[in-house]
Design a protein. Structure first.
Length: 78
């Protein structure tokens, strides 16, 4: 609605729709940035490898992936 995405982010979100990703969306303020993807643990490496290869072919640039795990929320670390 605000047209703050870009071709590269739209490409990554569309790619995620076709690769066993549970959900994908743009993150940050737009005009570049990143996507966040919800992926089953056993599919992460396959998706990252596939996305990196296809992104490189289309845009001539590499991407970075930062896998994280969902936690139980805010808690005191001792």
């Amino acid at each position: 609605m605000y047209e703050v995405s870009c071709e590269e982010l739209d490409f990554l979100v569309d790619l995620a729709r076709n690769n066993k990703v549970l959900g994908s969306r743009m993150m940050g303020g737009g005009f570049g940035g990143c996507t966040i993807n919800l992926i089953k643990k056993d599919e992460v490496d396959v998706f990252v490898s596939n996305a990196a290869e296809k992104y490189q072919l289309k845009f001539g640039k590499s991407i970075s992936a930062y896998p994280v795990n969902i936690s139980g929320g805010i808690q005191l670390i001792q």
